[in-house]
Ligand binder design. Structure first.
Ligand code: FES
Ligand code: FES
Length: 173
C-alpha cells in the first residue's frame, strides 16, 4: 500500500496564467502558499487563511476558488489564473482593472486581487447582471476600505461595455 508521509515532497505542475510551471509541495501545502512561495506569484494575497475573507481567490479551470482552502497537490495538471494574468506582460490593464481604477474601487488593495478574480469569473458567466447579483457575488469578499460602491459600479460598467462590444461585432457581420 502506498504510504504518504506528511513531509514527502511532490512535484506539482500546473498552467499558471497560460504558462506551464512546476514546483515542490508537501501533501499539506496550501495552493496559496505554493503560488506565493514556490512560484513567486505574490499577487495572490493571504488574509484569514480559512476561507472567509476572499483575498486569496484565484481561478482554477476558470472557476473562482479560495487558494487557502485548496491543497497545491489538488491543482496538479490544472489551469490556475491569478491577478498577474489579467493584464498582458507590461501591457495595458484589462477592462476590469481599468474600470476599478476609474471608479476608485480600491484603496489599500489588499482584497483587490481576489475580488478581480471573482469578478472575472462572474462576468464570464453573467452578461447582463443586476446590481443585486453583483453584490451577491461580492458577498464572498471582505473589503475594509471601499464600502463596495465603486466596485459595484466598475463591474456593472464592464458588463455594459462588453454587451455593447458584442453588439457592435454582431452589427459588423
Ligand atoms: S485567505 Fe483565503 S479566504 Fe481569506
Ligand atoms: S481596498 Fe483595502 S481591503 Fe479592500
Amino acid at each position: 500500500m502506498l504510504k504518504i508521509e506528511a513531509n514527502d515532497s511532490h512535484r506539482v505542475t500546473l498552467t499558471l496564467n497560460g504558462r506551464e510551471r512546476s514546483g515542490n509541495a508537501r501533501p499539506r501545502t496550501l495552493l496559496s502558499d505554493f503560488l506565493r512561495h514556490e512560484l513567486g506569484a505574490t499577487g495572490t494575497h493571504v488574509g484569514c487563511e480559512h476561507g472567509v475573507c476572499g483575498a486569496c481567490t484565484v481561478r482554477v479551470d476558470g472557476v473562482a476558488s479560495r487558494a487557502c482552502l485548496m491543497l497545491a497537490v489538488q491543482a496538479d495538471g490544472r489551469r490556475v489564473d491569478t491577478v498577474e494574468g489579467l493584464a498582458g506582460d507590461d501591457g495595458p490593464l484589462s477592462d476590469l482593472q481599468a474600470a476599478f481604477r476609474r471608479h476608485h474601487a480600491l484603496q489599500c488593495g489588499f482584497c483587490t486581487a481576489g475580488i478581480l478574480n471573482s469578478c472575472a469569473d462572474f462576468l464570464g458567466r453573467e452578461r447582463d447582471p443586476s446590481e443585486a447579483q453583483v453584490r451577491d457575488m461580492l458577498s464572498g469578499h471582505l473589503c475594509r476600505c471601499t464600502g463596495y460602491t465603486g466596485i459595484v459600479r466598475a463591474v456593472l460598467e464592464v458588463a455594459a461595455q462588453r454587451r455593447e462590444q458584442r453588439q457592435e461585432e454582431r452589427d459588423d457581420v
